[in-house]
Design a binder for this molecule. Sequence first.
Ligand SMILES: Cc1ncc(COP(=O)(O)O)c(C=O)c1O
Length: 460
Amino acid sequence: MGKIPYGPTYDEMLDPSKISENIMEKVILAKDEELDPLNLFNITWRGPDNEIRKVVLPKAITGVDANIVVMLGKYFPSGSHKVGPAYATLIEGCVDKEIIPGEHTILGPSTGNFGIGVSYICNLMGYEAIVIMPDNMSKERYERIKRYGAQLDLTPGTESDVILTLERTYQLMKEPKNKALAQFELFPNYRFHRHVTGHSAVEAVKGIGNGRIAAFTSALGSSGTIAAGDHIKQVYPDAKIVALEPYECSTLTDGGRGQHRIEGIGDKMCTLIHNVLNTDFVVMIEDDDCVKGLKVIHDGAHILAEAGVDKDFAVCLKDLFGVSGICNILGAIKMAKYLNLGPEDNVVTIATDGFDRYDSVILDLERRSLETSDNVLRRWKKDVFDEADTSKITDFRSHDKKEQLFNQKEKDWLPFGYKKEYLDAMKVQEFWDSEYAKVQAYNAKIKVLRDEDDDNDNTL
Ligand SMILES: Cc1ncc(COP(=O)(O)O)c(C=O)c1O
């Protein structure tokens, strides 16, 4: 067995300046070699200046006075922040001695970015990996997963596609050598986002508007990212935490399930790790608005400039978002309107990945549209951004609405063998706080594992 590299603690992902200098010197040099295991230490929202990577969208794009602050996931290794939960789940399995190098094959159930993250970290840490995902995702996703060396196990892209990937994962887990990084149900995903993304979000708004967070919007896949809201609410109890889902697949709003074009979200369930206690609103976003919005941002810098956006800034935005990033931005705009937010208020949201995996989606849009001339782009800018409305927002703060989400969770998870008592235990905030509190123990255990490896000369 060759050497197994172990990476950062939760605290080090939140703040890489805590990583020891002798590791950091090597990490900086490793940046250009994508498959150098030292890149595990680049799993962070921060850039080289230790600032949170973000853009603040001007009113000329959003049409609202509030500051829409978008944290950028594309700069994470493998091109999306989903590598964070993938790493957190694997490293927790390693320190708990549930995942043994050389013995276990890693399973990654996913709609794409988590699978890309799993194949990437398994490459860096020397594990065989199988990514289980629906067969109707963008071809760029499959290419990347194969490039990082994982096997693909595709399930039919149907109305219940993600449920099928879960069923397939459970089937493969019967083989003792397979260990799943089960993003929909394991708490490292929750811990990564509550700790790393949550604190980073609070820091991202410092010096912007009133320096506080009025709302946080997150389009749900595994519902890991929205766990940042649990931290945001602790710091700003009045902040509104807003879940977004495709209008075409409105599982949380009304139990709807359907095919849609916003890859990575709308997974047709209330995931086990979703703390619905802190979800204040659910907003349905139309999928084609997100694809058209992406086309405007990617190919319409001149149209944005006409609308008053600084031309250089508009060009910089070109590659920063994917389809779900536009969904998150539209959710932020709608909530800013709904909550009547002003120029001092900040809405934080996330761009999970960048444009690099959506060429095929834009080609498909161009094929479906009769034309995409400047006039069309101008109209889309107006329809999608300026006239974003507040018609599909549901308030989920009442007891009855929480019960609706708890019932959805039961419907989704009892069939996978979870007990009603366990699901009932999730109905109090203490359950979530105690899961979160484990971060500190894992910080310590990851350090011990790394130090042991140092002693055995088996580390980075
Ligand atoms: C592109 C994209 N956006 C959004 C999400 C949703 O994030 P989360 O799974 O943390 O809810 C995902 C998840 O895979 C994704 O790939």
